[in-house]
Ligand binder design. Structure first.
Ligand SMILES: [Fe+2]
Ligand SMILES: [Fe+2]
Length: 364
């Protein structure tokens, strides 16, 4: 699912087109370069008419047929007669007011691309799991919104999601949750939803109290908030990342710190989980190489759940690792991870028998 954003020259700072790539994989095409080749497999075109030149518009008109197969939205200002006339002259297009609330554009994009994650949920999904999934999606979207728009993080919704998800895990089990999550169109969002479910389940298995269980679920939803500064085009890329792209993605805990440092509404441990989940207990992690004694149990648990999820989830450019191999790789990481948590995770994911085998394995 990809959206092509078409504009003539650099986008203005407040153009909604700048925000879309944080919600959907999107690619920017110059107006005079539109062709079947550049549009590729785009599912929707959004044309930003602000600042377009006559030459750009003429070029776009001449290649208009190449995007005739997909829906087109033109962003215009009704007050600007020139833009309204240009949009009408293009034909076969829906116009939207550029200054309308961004949420309206998002809603329209979801409808036109059929990418509402809740719509894809299978009918057989148990009711509590479905309710938790819908709520968690609403929270993740609001989280992206607050990152992009600078609005407050909806902590009340976050806490409700965590409680709903814990309730659903208790009632329907982790596999129902993972099946529901599997239907989400974005790999990046799937990851956070999986980590949240796994973290809640592991915390329960470790005998943590309800409050701590709920906090790690919320932490799972928020842990990669720094990635919301990185366009989904990179995060959900179907091929291997370039070195520059990889370096950008690896900065997400630092972006997370930037986003969260002034957010007084967010509890301190949630911030720690977002900023420190790539730290290792032997001090070899990033971004700060924190020593183990400064890493609290909730962060240790987040790291374990994050690594297990990253290893076992499907990726477009590499095979996922089977659960058993993922656990053994995590055992091999020895002093980097809290091995008691890894053992409990093994029991949970592989059954008690396999848990006993991994417990017997020598710690590296
Ligand atoms: Fe991460
Ligand atoms: Fe992660």
């Amino acid at each position: 699912m990809e959206i092509v954003l078409i504009s003539d020259g650099p986008l203005s700072l407040d153009s909604p087109v700048r925000k879309l790539p944080f919600f959907f994989p999107a690619r920017l095409i110059d107006m005079d370069k539109v062709s079947p080749h550049t549009v590729g497999e785009g599912k929707l075109a959004i044309v930003e008419l602000l600042g377009s030149t006559d030459a750009g518009l003429t070029a776009l008109k001449s290649s208009w047929a190449s995007i005739a197969e997909i829906p087109v939205i033109c962003l215009i200002s009704q007050k600007n007669r020139r833009e309204a006339v240009q949009a009408a002259a293009l034909g076969k297009t829906k116009t939207m007011e550029r200054d309308a609330p961004f949420a309206l554009l998002l809603k329209e994009v979801k409808v036109l691309t059929g990418s509402d994650p809740n719509a894809a949920l299978p009918r057989r999904t148990p009711e509590d799991t479905a309710a938790a999934y819908r709520n968690c999606n609403a929270f993740l979207e609001s989280l992206c919104f607050s990152t992009v728009e600078g609005a407050k993080i909806r902590v009340k919704l976050m806490n409700e999601c965590a409680e709903d998800l814990l309730f659903a895990l208790n009632r329907d089990g982790l596999s129902s949750w993972l099946s529901a999550v599997h239907t989400h169109h974005s790999e990046t969002y799937r990851h956070s939803l999986r980590v949240a479910g796994l973290a809640g389940m592991l915390a329960k298995q470790l005998g943590w109290d309800d409050e701590d269980c709920a906090e790690v679920v919320a932490g799972g939803l928020v842990h990669d908030i720094g990635k919301m500064r990185i366009p989904l085009t990179i995060l959900d890329k179907k091929s291997k990342l370039t070195n520059e792209e990889r370096a950008l993605v690896d900065r997400h805990p630092v972006f997370g710190r930037d986003i969260l440092k002034s957010r007084l509404e967010v509890p301190a441990d949630i911030k720690r989980m977002a900023i420190q989940h790539h730290e290792f207990l032997d001090g070899s992690g990033y971004p700060n190489g924190l020593p183990g004694e400064r890493i609290i149990p909730k962060v240790r648990l987040m790291t374990v759940c994050d690594i297990y999820t990253a290893l076992t989830e499907e990726r477009p450019y590499c095979e996922s690792v089977p659960a058993r191999s993922a656990i053994s790789m995590m055992k091999d990481m020895g002093a980097k991870l809290d091995q008691k948590m890894v053992t409990r995770l093994a029991e949970m994911m592989l059954g008690r028998e396999m848990g006993a085998v991994t417990r017997a394995a020598p710690a590296a």
